[in-house]
Design a protein around this ligand. Sequence first.
Ligand code: AMP
Ligand code: MG
Length: 492
Amino acid sequence: MSIPAFDFDNSYARELEGFYVPWKGAEVPAPRMIRFNHALADELGLDGKALDTDAGAAILAGHQAPEGAEPLAMAYAGHQFGGFSPQLGDGRALLLGEVIDRQGKRRDIHLKGSGRTPFSRGGDGKAVLGPVLREYIIGEAMHALGVPTTRALAAVATGEEVMRQDGPEPGAVLARVASSHLRVGTFQFFAARGETERLRQLADYAIARHYPDLAGQPDRYLGLLKAVRDRQAALIVKWMLIGFVHGVMNTDNMTISGETIDYGPCAFIDGYDPATVFSSIDQHGRYAYGNQPKIAQWNLARLAETLLDLINPDDSDDAVRQAGEVINGFPLSYERAWIAGMRTKLGLVRDEPGDMELAVGLLAVLETQNADFTRVFRSLSRAASGEVSETRPLFANPAGFDVWLPLWQARLAREDTPAEERIAAMNRVNPVYIPRNHMVEAALASATKGDLKPFERLVEVLADPFTEREGLEVFALGAPSDFGQYTTYCGT
Ligand code: AMP
Ligand code: MG
């Protein structure tokens, strides 16, 4: 058996001393591979055969550091539900190291649940199997749905029992991959301490890593803010267009790269309702489905505040004005990306002024009927050709849909895409399979009892969400009525 080796190139450790604490994972009784993502390992140029072993499990559990690794816990702060915590940081995670993938892109390999660190505060530094597999399922599904996201490289059981609210649970570690772990909260950590030079170092690092076109430009810090704004606007649009609710959009859970990160109490909507909230701790609906764009803008304003001294060190009023303009531009950036995405979902290629009203009109109908968001949109490729037998039954009362349908059909008549082509294009953006809450819960319940088959099957189905396959009908349905109100927990 070959010894797992990584070709690390650790820029964060090398260039940002003082931004982290060098640290080691905790030893655990019996690291065992639960699921290894071979396709992703290949993409990263890793030796999947060597890693999908007990020796690999020991490394990806944080139990043993591989040759040449300089694992570290990153410092960050964050606004959590609107309140500022100056010191969060990796309290149960480590950056194992960075590798350059086959496309030449730098990727972080990060372990979540690898034990206590100096940032742990009262926490035990651990993660448990259910939430680890949940992040695996949803992160990989998001990737397949075309949403920028951190990825799951492996889920490893630790052989340890971890105490949680309802008693002991099997311990686990998620090895995840990100284009970086720079967060809005990373900037807030140094801004709160008034460390302007460190902020500059961090901003230049972020620019070099994610927005290299801005490197060396005199107005690069304003450029960084604008670039992050547009990436985040594009990201939130993607969430909205597939019905994803992140659930904890704290500033420490918002990346500079524009990838989705930290899958905790996230979930997908079935029936369309902008007020949908799943997280048990989000009692005021701060992070409700329909609030996500506003919250993203709020978080970006927190990022803007950290950059003011860099934007104009001599004139703070001018810095506030410039940064304010960028932040005020968020709704436009968001709206442009949203309507472009909606057009594709509706089979439209041309850009007409009435399209916004048309799209919003459909959502209004969905909302009054609490109709299944994913199923209605998927069925539209057939409805476009007049075949509405699939769509109409998705509404308890189809009267509103019947009013909307001819408006849309009249609009489609002004397009010249051949029907076949339009169906294919719509089916490429309107998924059949999303991580349905009841399916995810069933898979996790089985896994916690030792049966991984439903988890593996679900991961496999969700790897190809846009191609309808025979025999998978149950994966396309919403929750049965006895599933009831769905609540998710942060208890990771
Ligand atoms: P999260 O809810 O995963 O986004 O984490 C928010 C903050 O709480 C981060 O600083 C985490 O490192 C920390 N944290 C969450 N769970 C634990 C835990 N079990 N032990 C130590 N720190 C934790
Ligand atoms: Mg987090």
